[in-house]
Design a protein around this ligand. Structure first.
Ligand code: ZN
Length: 652
């Protein structure tokens, strides 16, 4: 386990009282959600029943149940949907109901039509004759139930305090089974339901009671499992050539039909599990995980073989429901390999992270279950039913167009401020994960942003940054070279060789080395590599006193043009933008602005708009142009130099 940390976190001073049952349910839901060994990424659900009055002033019994799309850890009051209880109980008298029609009926039972879609497990909450209900997919319980003698083990540990329910697919069938065979078995001493291969329901007169029972039952299971929990010991983490990860990512992306983010995880747990990786082939902890991890990970690197096996699995089960199904992409989401450790994949960085979180818990539970007895997952057919659930299939049609750079990875230098930061933000806003390099700390990291503090002229450090970026996101598809310095203005008579060498090193040479490092990765970009360098209007129209800057940016422009020639055969496009008078950058201080304006006899405001169009040019505009150059609109353009200067008669 990730530690037996389930403890009673209820704080009576902080929790809403009995006079606010919905508030108490929100509070108790967050406590449940705060514990990843109980619920992960949207798993689990909770409810409370109250009486309210409708628009006619009539008293109505309602079920407030978790809305889909809300995470228990962060749920708010508006995350709960109020449903008319009498309608739900009437539905349970039907013998059969397709889950899509059940969802329609649940939506129709809402008191407020703007409330979120209610949980697919709402009917089960409705039927349990207790005011408050809490449901989790607790790791510890799964280690017990996913065994050939799972029911006997549950009985041994939890006795008659729980009613045991065999596995049935969540949705109407599960609720109906509970209505017909389980409800009658609930006694005054019943604290909860254990659903084999699924999770735990507890209930009580209040959320406080339901929560305390939840913690108590899981605590008993955890104590029982204590001797069986795995101990992972630190192991060596072999270095991996970034291009080999990028090559695997390309194969995975090609199979998925879209660029995928791939993240490497190589810790003590993964290394320990790699001693018996074949255990992973038995299947996931609970069926809802298949949406994130697929039924099994890929062992080794034969991505094509995995896809063939996936197609076979689809072919074998596709007629189970007698309706045509759309096959999901056959690309693996989890890969276990002695060299890499674990790689996880997803259409966005956050999805790859979720797959990794789920699999870390999966490893712990499988190891515990094997130590206790024999880990056994559901049959492939049962898992197929959830993977190809009509509710999931319906979502496929509703999914909108993905963001233009979804699943792609950008490396941006100079990302801490000015044009570099604007480029990083523009690409992230359009779906890319970004590796941001800068001499200064380039902001806080997030799921889709890896900041790396580095001097771009420090070649080994840049190599390390590229390696870290590939381990984090799987490759590099887009490169924006925006880091630059603006040496002090000097006439040629005062030429300073030291400043020249420094400008050449930062503005030009560092980019040539960066190109050398990223070229193999760009060549493996699923949608083709794209590079944009931030040069300067000074290249086409130099100014007096700026020989060092102008020459360094001219050198940079030539580097980009040669790259465009050399890399076209690899499908990599390289373009140049020439900004001018972008004053919201780190290069421009107030003093420098005043000095320049005075030199031309202008106010600062006039100086900023000193171009043909009379417009002020911002970093944001440059960022938007760079994103556009990386987009399909410029799919047939390479080696171009695009001004972003408001119009300059010397350039035109
Ligand atoms: Zn569940």
């Amino acid at each position: 386990m990730v530690g037996f940390v389930v403890s009673d976190r209820w704080d009576s001073a902080a929790a809403p009282g009995a006079d606010d049952p919905v508030g108490q349910c929100v509070y108790g839901s967050r406590l449940l959600g705060a514990e990843p060994t109980l619920v992960l990424h949207g798993g689990g659900n909770t409810s409370v029943k109250t009486t309210t009055s409708d628009v006619f002033g009539d008293a109505v019994e309602v079920l407030h149940v978790k809305g889909s799309g809300w995470d228990l850890a962060s749920i708010e009051r508006e995350g709960f949907t109020a449903l008319r209880l009498d309608r739900l109980l009437r539905l349970l008298r039907l013998e059969r109901l397709a889950d899509s029609r059940m969802m329609n009926e649940l939506r129709a039972a809402r008191l407020d039509t703007s409330a979120p879609d209610p949980s697919v497990e709402s009917l089960l909450h409705a039927l349990l004759p207790y005011p408050a209900v809490q449901h989790s997919h607790a790791d510890a319980l799964i280690a017990l139930t996913n065994q050939p003698d799972g029911a006997a083990l549950v009985r041994k540990v939890l006795g008659d305090d729980v009613v045991i329910v065999p596995y049935v697919m969540p949705g109407f069938d599960l609720a109906r089974l509970c209505a017909t065979t389980v409800a009658a078995r609930l006694g005054p001493g019943t604290l909860g339901l254990v659903l084999l291969n699924h999770g735990l329901f507890t209930f009580g007169t209040s959320t406080e009671e339901a929560y305390r029972r939840h913690v108590e039952l899981i605590d008993r299971v955890e104590r029982f499992l204590e001797p069986f929990r795995p101990q992972w010991t630190e192991a060596d983490r072999p270095a991996v050539e970034p291009a080999t990860i990028a090559a695997l990512r390309k194969e995975i992306s090609d199979l998925a039909g879209r660029p995928m983010v791939v993240r490497r995880h190589d810790d003590a747990r993964v290394r320990g599990f790699l001693a018996r990786p074949e255990l992973s082939q038995r299947g996931p902890l609970t069926p809802d995980h298949v949406i994130r991890t697929k039924r099994v990970p890929l062992l080794g690197r034969d991505v094509g073989g995995y896809a063939r096996e996936y197609r076979r699995y689809f072919g074998e089960h596709q007629d189970r429901r007698g309706v045509p199904l759309t096959m999901l992409d056959p690309a693996p989401r989890v890969l276990l390999d002695p060299a890499y450790g674990m790689l996880t994949a997803g259409p966005r960085a956050a999805d790859a992270d979720i797959a990794a979180d789920i699999y870390a818990h999966t490893i712990d539970v499988i190891a515990t279950a094997e130590s206790l007895g024999t880990y056994r997952a559901l049959d492939p057919a049962d898992l197929f039913d959830v993977e190809y659930w009509e509710l999931e299939q319906a979502k496929l049609g509703r999914a909108g167009t993905p963001a233009p750079f979804a699943g792609e990875v950008a490396l941006v230098t100079g990302a801490a401020s000015g044009i570099g930061r604007a480029c990083a933000e523009a690409l992230r806003a359009k779906g890319a994960a970004v590796i941001g390099l800068d001499l200064r700390q380039p902001g806080p990291g997030t799921a889709d942003y890896l900041p790396v503090q580095v001097d771009v002229t420090d070649r080994p450090a840049v190599g390390d940054a590229v390696r870290a970026g590939v381990e984090r996101f799987g490759g590099v598809d887009l490169v924006v070279a925006a880091a630059g310095i603006f040496p002090q203005t000097q006439p040629l008579g005062d030429f300073d060789p030291q400043a020249w060498r420094r400008a050449m090193a930062v503005n030009a040479e560092s980019v040539a080395y960066l190109f050398r490092a990223v070229h193999p990765l760009l060549a493996l970009a699923p949608r083709g590599g794209r590079v944009v360098v931030i040069a300067s209007r000074n290249v086409t129209a130099p100014g007096p006193g700026a020989v060092t800057y102008s020459a360094s940016k001219a050198a940079l422009t030539q580097i980009a043009r040669v790259a465009a020639l050399e890399w076209a055969g690899d499908g990599i496009r390289v373009n140049v933008v020439h900004p001018d008078a972008v004053f919201d950058t780190g290069l421009w201080t107030e003093d420098l602005l005043r000095d320049r304006a005075a030199r031309y006899g202008l106010s600062v405001a006039e100086y900023k708009r000193r171009n043909l169009l009379g417009v002020e040019i911002t970093s944001r505009q440059v960022g938007a142009l760079v994103a556009a150059l990386c987009s399909d609109a410029f799919g047939a353009t390479t080696g171009a130099q695009v001004p972003v200067d408001g119009g300059n008669e010397r350039v035109i």
